[in-house]
Structures are given as C-alpha cells and as structure tokens.
Write a protein that binds this ligand. Structure first.
Ligand code: PMV
Length: 362
C-alpha cells in the first residue's frame, strides 16, 4: 500500500524536460467548532468542525519548469507583485523542503487571486493555503505518479494545507469537515489532516447560508499565530479543551438528527467562548467592535420574536457570520437590510453558503 506521507525524492538531472502548469480553485470555510491553540507542527489542541463556503475562494496556478541553476521564483497576487504575500508563500514552500525537495529544482511562478475583496476583513489563509496545497499535491501526483486514489489525494492535500494554515486543512472537503482527533466521533482519529463529514447529514443542514457582515475592513488586529500561542499558558485552557470536545460530539450528532435549538446553542457558545478566551488572555484583546455587539443582540431579539432559525458565529475578528436556512432567505434578507446592513462598514455584506469544495481548473 502507498505511504502517502512518504518523502518524495528529487529529480535526476536527466529529467530536465519537466515543465507544466496546474490550477485549482479552493473555497474558504467557517468554523462552527473553533480551532484555537496548537502544538508541534501546526497540530490542533482540539478538533474543529467547519462548513465549506462557495463564493469566497482563492484561485491559484503554479507554472513550473526544471532548472539546473538557482531556481527563479515569481509570485503575483491579483496580477501584481505583493511582497508581504510573497514572503509568506515562499516561506511555506521552503518549509516543505523535507517533503518536496524537488520544488527547489523548479523555476516557479505562482499566481493567485481571491473572489472577495482583499480589504473585506475576511481571513483568506484557508482558501489561499488550500488552493496552493492542492496545486502542490497535484504536482506530486503527476510528476511522481502517486496519489492516484482520490481519497489519498485529498488526505495529502489536507495534510499539506494544514502546514500552511491549520484551518486550510478543512477547506479541502465539501459540506462539513472535521479536523483533529475526538475519540467519540467516528473517523475523527488524526490531528494531521481533516476529513469530510457529510454522511447521514440531516437534509436541513445541507441548506445552510452564511451572510458575512463586514463590520470592519481592516487588517486583523491579532495574527492567528499570536492568537494560538495565547492558549499555551491560558488559565482556562483545560476547560476550553473539555468544552470544545463536548461541543464537537454534540454538534456532530445534531447535524445528523437535525435538531435546531442545539445547533444554535453550540455554535453561538463557540463564538462567544473564542472571544472570551481572547479577552482573558495575557495580554488580552477585545476583537469585537461596538457594532458587532449590537448585531449579536439584534440577532437574538429577532430570533426570539420570530422563532426563525438564525444564529451567528465569529472568527478572531469583529465581522459576523450570520447563519440561516435557504428556505428563510427572503425574510432574513429583509431583516438584514432593515437592521443589520446599516451597522456594516459601507453597508458591506458578502452572501455565501455551503459549498461543493475545491475544483481543478487546469
Ligand atoms: O488557520 P488559522 O491559524 O488562521 O486559525 C484559524 C482560527 C479561527 O479562525 C479563529 C478558528 C477556526 O477554526 O477557523
């Protein structure tokens, strides 16, 4: 049986005709059970569960050609050179030298673009790193005649994406994904890669929508790596791990039974816990803005009054992901337009929903 994590060898000098191009499009995802805290080589302290989106994606191409000389590297973001993105991309490529030494023997041109505005305050690392990982693993597949089996291919892509950005490991799969170990959740047995979690999902949860309310378009106030490191000596870390594991077990069950109240309770508790952990870190951070809090309160008031299925989740920032069901789209849109839109930066909202996962373009 193929060992998918085996390190690949370098090219022999006679393989000097190697060249090609590969392009993948990969979506972002929103965590319902949050990954917060890591150890070792980007391994999660707790398992997380996310929904893969559709409209927010990154498209990445790699053009490559064998060289005997010092390899040339070009990175273009939306057609332009971008020093800060390039630095992160090449640092990631270099960190893969152990797995993919052949990358150092190739002239590489990487071109990447996002479907969503860069200044929208949306974390793009999940879509960017998953698209890049899919291109790299596709190169492994075609250049070394490996990973012919789909399951192995996506497992390896999730593994490589994780090394770029933990949450990127989950974007490799459509629908729901789980990344990390939880002894009580079937197949959630490995911290190194995510798995698709789409068997026996209640039909209701296949119609989930996500309206991303942009409260602030600025750069992230706290980088992910700083955020995760705050958990290393957080006073509540042990309790957080118990909570995250219990939430995952419960949500995995709820997604199959279709229970709505429990979904709302768990998903909102995950979001508020994430922010509470940040507020109680040393140093502390408050990542919500006044408008974030007003939105959360309005969502609760609207839900109490209408009994509609609607709830929020938050990333490590002030923007709100509003989750609802496609069958309520019309009423929820009216609520958003009347009450929430005026609270968003330049009334900016990105409408998204559960997606079909990455797609190979070339
Ligand atoms: O993948 P990272 O290192 O950017 O971490 C993502 C952390 C959260 O977005 C806050 C939660 C998550 O599980 O996506």
């Amino acid at each position: 049986m193929e060992n998918i994590f085996e390190h690949i060898c370098s090219f022999e000098p006679q393989q000097n005709d190697i060249q090609g191009e590969v392009t993948w499009k990969s979506p972002s995802n929103i965590a319902l059970i949050k990954y917060w805290g890591k150890y070792g080589q980007q391994l999660p302290r707790n398992a997380s569960l996310s929904m893969t989106l559709t409209e927010a994606y990154t498209q990445t191409s790699i053009t490559y050609a064998y060289t005997k000389n010092q390899a040339q590297r070009v990175f273009l973001f939306e057609g332009q050179e971008s020093k800060s993105f390039a630095k992160r991309i090449w640092r990631f490529i270099d960190s893969l030298e152990r797995f993919y030494p052949f990358l150092q023997q190739l002239d590489l041109k990487i071109e990447s673009s996002n479907s969503f505005p860069h200044s929208a305050g949306i974390a793009s690392s999940a879509s960017a790193m998953s698209a890049l990982a899919l291109c790299l693993v596709d190169m492994e597949r075609s250049l070394f005649n490996r990973l012919k089996n789909e399951e192995s291919f996506f497992k390896k892509a999730s593994y490589i994406a994780r090394l770029g950005s933990g949450s990127a490991s989950r974007s490799i799969f459509k629908g729901f994904s789980i990344w990390g170990e939880n002894m009580k959740v079937n197949r959630a047995t490995d911290n190194r890669f995510a798995i698709g979690f789409n068997e026996d999902i209640h039909p209701f949860y296949k119609g989930l929508k996500d309206a991303i309310l942009i409260v602030d378009e600025g750069e992230k106030q706290v980088s992910s790596s700083l955020g995760h490191s705050l958990m290393d000596c957080h006073p509540f870390v042990e309790n957080r791990l118990v909570q995250a594991n219990d939430h995952l077990i419960d949500l995995a069950r709820v997604l199959k039974t279709g229970k709505k109240d429990s979904f709302i309770k768990i998903v909102e508790a995950e979001a508020t816990s994430l922010h509470a952990l940040m507020m109680s870190s040393e140093p502390w951070f408050i990542l919500m803005k006044p408008a974030t809090i007003t939105i959360l309160e309005k969502v609760r008031t609207y839900r109490d009054a209408t009994k509609k299925f609607i709830c929020f989740t938050l990333d490590a920032g002030p923007n709100v992901h509003l989750l609802y069901h496609s069958s309520d789209e019309k009423e929820i849109m009216e609520f958003i337009d009347a009450e929430l839109k005026p609270l968003c930066s330049q009334e900016k909202i990105l409408y998204d929903g559960m997606g079909k996962g990455p797609q190979k373009i070339k």
